[in-house]
Structure formats: C-alpha cells, structure tokens
Write a protein that binds this ligand. Structure first.
Ligand code: FE
Length: 193
C-alpha cells in the first residue's frame, strides 16, 4: 500500500491545502477565484478563439504561436493554467488530442472534459486506431488525410483549430462561433455550416 492509499483523498487534499497556505503559495481568496474561473470555463470560449482565427489572419498566427496569449487577448483568464498550444487542421493533416496518461485537457478554454475523454477506451484507441475511433463519432476523413495524434500533458495542453466549413462566407464571428463544437476542438468531429 502506498502512502496516499492509506489516506482518503479528502484528507490528502486538505493536507495539501494546509501546506500551500502555510507556505503562502496560495491564499483562500486565490483558491476561490481559481475554482470560480475553472467552473465558469466552457467550450464557447474556445469556439470564440476559433471563429476569430477564421476571420483574422493576424490573430490566427498569434494563436498558433502562443495559445495562452491568444486566449488572454479575448479575455479568457489563463493565470496559473498550463501553457496552451493550438494545432491547425490543414489540407491533409487532421489533429486529434488525447491525454494517454490521464485526463490533461485545456480546461481554461474548453471547460471540464467530456466523460469519454478520460476513458481508457478513448485514450488507447486514439493511439491504436484513431480512424476507427473517429468513425464512432461519425467522423469520416478522406483516405489521404493523415491523423496527427497529439498527447496533452500536465505541462502543455492542446486544442485543435478546425478548418472553416464551406457555406459560411460572410458569416459574423458570433455566427461562426456557434457552429464550433467541443468535439471539433478535440479533433473527434468537424464543424458543419
Ligand atoms: Fe492527463
């Protein structure tokens, strides 16, 4: 039995919080603010980034260079979050994000992960059989499309910048943001007009 297994998880959490406070690493107010910001994050935030990138090439290049900064530019709080990387779907490259180890996920821009993201099935099939996995999400890619499976980690979180779908010419940023789903930004689906 390991040290942690001897304690209930609530006891471990309480002990960690005591140490963080005692060492003045985290105050109660900071903790509450961090929890509020995590609880209020949702896929609409990532969708706003995607829609803006589709309309604004300068923003798009900033987003691909530094996702964290691009999120902050549109008012998404990123303080204390792991760096955010953005993977662009282009031509015959399609990106799929997974955390093979556990459930690392860009919560700041997408909110809490969907239940399947944390499942052993998703995590293993994303690596072993990404095309079969996408089929489960009713996503079919052309045979010449290469699926780039990217591992989200504790140090670096990834989101996908999908391709703008046909039939969206002249749409506003708000209209475009509405068609971008959570799955599109993980890479299990494609936005549709
Ligand atoms: Fe993880």
């Amino acid at each position: 039995m390991t040290l942690f297994q001897e304690f209930k998880s609530e006891e471990v959490l309480a002990a960690v919080l005591r140490v963080l406070k005692a060492k003045e690493i985290l105050t109660d107010d900071e903790l509450v603010a961090q929890m509020a910001s995590t609880d209020s994050a949702n896929p609409g935030q990532g969708a706003r980034m995607v829609a803006k990138a589709w309309l604004d090439p300068v923003y798009k290049s900033q987003m691909l260079t530094n996702g964290t900064r691009a999120a902050e530019m549109i008012g998404i709080p990123m303080l204390g979050m792991p760096p955010l990387g953005v993977l662009e779907n282009v031509g015959n490259i399609h990106n799929l994000v997974v955390c093979t180890l556990c459930s690392c996920y860009p919560r700041a821009v997408l909110g809490y992960p969907p239940y399947w993201f944390k499942s052993a099935t998703y995590r293993s099939r994303a690596v072993r059989d990404p095309r079969g996995l996408l089929a489960e999400f009713n996503t079919t890619l052309a045979d010449n499309v290469i699926i780039n499976v990217v591992d989200s980690t504790a140090d670096y979180r990834w989101m996908v910048l999908p391709q703008r779908p046909e039939g969206t010419d002249g749409w506003s940023e708000e209209q475009l943001a509405k068609i971008v789903t959570l799955g599109d930004m993980i890479g299990v689906s494609l936005p549709r007009a």
